[in-house]
Design a protein around this ligand. Structure first.
Ligand SMILES: *Cc1c(COP(=O)(O)O)cnc(C)c1O
Length: 352
């Protein structure tokens, strides 16, 4: 089989999605699978979909197009607004997340032109300092949005633990929930979607007695890799190994652990430092920074990653049992998944 390759276990992804959907549904929270880390790959997205899945969310219009072409029948949510492509947004996405009034106006004009109703979720800044309308500006923003004939405000959202690392704790979630109550009262409307976050909301959900008005989460990483994202703890009963990166050993030799000669910069402009472990068994694996960031790889027991260049990975092999032509398999984190999915050099192998 070609290598390097990403082995994608569709059954495990589906089981993760089922388990999360049951867990959150029990207390009235619907989940929207997020497909951006897998580039909207239709086979993988199909595995993320449950009987009750209404929407798939992605940050890129290209990925939404790819899912539509691949036969995915759900409705689509655009996670990252795209003012330069408002027309395409209205065409491809049923809902978009928004934070700028100009963009919302533009979406409304484009929707009017094709006589569609485009739905919007307004993202609120809750302190993480990525996207969001400042709460003080929110009511004026909503006031204007509600006047637009071809837009429907269907909810509010927030996103924490992405840029600022701010935890979605009880206090933040309570504030967010209260905000939705205030909006509903003031404007005499019903918000269908109160979407409180992402895979980082797991601990809050487990610990809180009060979900409040929150009824939606957008989940990528926890479905795909089985972890919450505040500390990357595995979620009970989920698979953390639905994705594995496999690559071939192209050299296996006993060598010294300290380079021999005058040391200058390595291939990436760093001055390398080395730990003397005496002579040891060293492997070269045909995988490099052009495929994935080396720090995203977690090798099996008793293999230690020493470093990597563009296309060679150097490993200390304490098992002393791995030969040229053997394959090594790595668990990967979110960064590794993103890179491996994006790399044209990494072959994708599906296990049903
Ligand atoms: C990526 C993204 C998510 C999903 O985040 P995960 O940590 O993968 O669950 C949710 N919401 C928005 C706005 C995103 O951009």
């Amino acid at each position: 089989m070609p290598s390097p390759r990403l082995e994608i276990n569709l059954k495990k992804i589906n089981e993760n999605s089922t388990a999360l959907s049951q867990l959150y549904n029990k207390r009235g929270i619907q989940i929207i699978p997020v497909s951006k880390a897998v580039l909207g790959n239709p086979r993988i997205v199909q595995a993320m979909i449950q009987a009750d899945t209404r929407y798939i969310a992605d940050s890129r219009l290209e990925n939404i197009q790819r899912m539509k072409d691949g036969g995915i029948k759900s409705k689509f949510v655009l996670l990252r607004s795209c003012p330069g492509a408002a027309e395409l947004t209205v065409k491809l996405a049923d809902i978009s997340l928004n934070t700028e009034i100009q963009t919302v106006r533009k979406l409304s004009r484009c929707a009017a032109k094709v006589n569609k109703i485009h739905q919007v979720i307004l993202m609120v800044e809750m302190g993480d300092l990525r996207e969001g309308i400042m709460p003080t500006d929110l009511f004026d923003f909503i006031d204007e949005t509600l006047t637009m004939d071809h837009l429907e405000l269907i909810g509010i959202g927030c996103n924490l633990a992405c840029y600022g690392g701010v935890k979605p704790n009880k206090k933040k979630m309570h504030c967010f929930s209260e905000l939705s109550t205030k909006i509903e009262r003031q404007f005499k409307i019903q918000l269908q979607i109160v979407s409180a976050g992402n895979s980082a909301n797991y601990d809050w959900f487990r610990q809180t007695q009060q979900i409040g008005k929150i009824n939606n989460l957008r989940l990528g990483e926890s479905i795909l890799l089985g972890r919450e994202t505040l500390k990357r703890k595995p979620i009970p009963n989920l698979h953390t190994d639905a994705f594995k990166l496999v690559a071939e050993v192209i050299e296996s030799k006993r060598k010294p652990s300290i380079p021999d000669g005058e040391i200058s910069q390595d291939a990436f402009g760093n001055l390398p430092v080395f730990k003397d472990r005496g002579d040891h068994q060293r492997l070269i694996v045909a995988l490099g920074r052009q495929d994935v960031p080396p720090s995203s790889l977690n090798p099996q027991d008793r293999l230690e990653l020493l470093g990597a260049s563009s296309d060679h990975l150097i490993i200390d092999d304490k098992t002393e049992s791995i030969d040229v032509g053997d394959e090594i398999s790595f668990e990967i984190n979110y960064g590794g998944l993103l890179a491996a999915m994006t790399s044209p050099y990494v072959y994708k192998h599906y296990i049903a």
